[in-house]
Design a protein around this ligand. Structure first.
Ligand SMILES: C[S@@+](CC[C@H](N)C(=O)[O-])C[C@H]1O[C@@H](n2cnc3c(N)ncnc32)[C@H](O)[C@@H]1O
Length: 189
């Protein structure tokens, strides 16, 4: 596991070159990453992570008991991709947009955990990602996303089109900036 200083250094370098893709001023805090994964159970299935960045949420998944080979990590940034491959050699690290998450070589997926900058995404892209996620998730599966905003990070029309329920899990004040963790589930099967 990297220490926070190394995570910050890696992150800042990419933030300067690709600010629109990253859309955050720092990697997620350990408190936020732990909150994202605490409700998941390693023996209940695999996990797909979107926008894995420097791998801080990935580290929380491993500390929480997941094996590397239970995880598929999607990342579009070249530099983060190489870093993730080196850090998690037994995970399925995929250099591709989150929209292509169905290509993940995993079945029995209990959760999609996302650090994507949803607030900055067009509704069409949000809808494509969530629609693909719920095709890949097993029945009862969950999509977990954090946001720095006060409202749910997924547009209301997208949630309605896809028949998703929205649940605020918790605010996390110990993050820069403070964040909120949301869960989305299919209500119409
Ligand atoms: C806010 S950072 C989050 C990084 C890390 N998950 C964390 O919480 O610290 C957003 C990440 O999403 C990646 N990203 C942005 N758009 C993406 C897309 N369409 N598909 C996959 N990754 C994307 C960025 O390169 C960046 O690593």
């Amino acid at each position: 596991m990297l220490n926070d200083k190394d995570h910050n250094r890696l992150f800042r370098k990419q933030l300067c070159t690709k600010p629109k893709e990253i859309m955050a001023i720092a990697p997620s805090s350990r408190a936020l990453c732990d909150k994202m994964v605490e409700r998941l159970r390693p023996n209940f299935g695999n996990v797909i992570e979107l926008g894995a960045g420097t791998g801080k949420i990935t580290e929380s998944l491993l500390v929480h008991g997941f094996n590397q080979n239970q995880l598929a990590l999607f990342e579009i940034n070249d530099y983060f991709y190489i870093h993730l491959r080196n850090s998690f050699p037994k995970s399925h690290v995929i250099k591709s947009s989150a929209e292509n998450l169905r290509t993940a070589p995993l079945l029995n997926v209990q959760a999609v955990v996302s650090g994507l900058p949803f607030l900055g995404m067009k509704k069409k892209l949000q809808e494509n990602i969530l629609s693909e996620a719920f095709k890949k998730l097993k029945s009862g599966g969950v999509f977990i996303q954090y946001t720095y905003g006060l409202k749910p990070p997924v547009a209301r029309s997208v949630r309605q089109n896809l028949g998703l329920s929205t649940k605020l899990i918790a605010p996390v004040l110990n993050n820069l900036p403070p964040a909120r963790v949301y869960e989305f589930r299919k209500t119409i099967i």
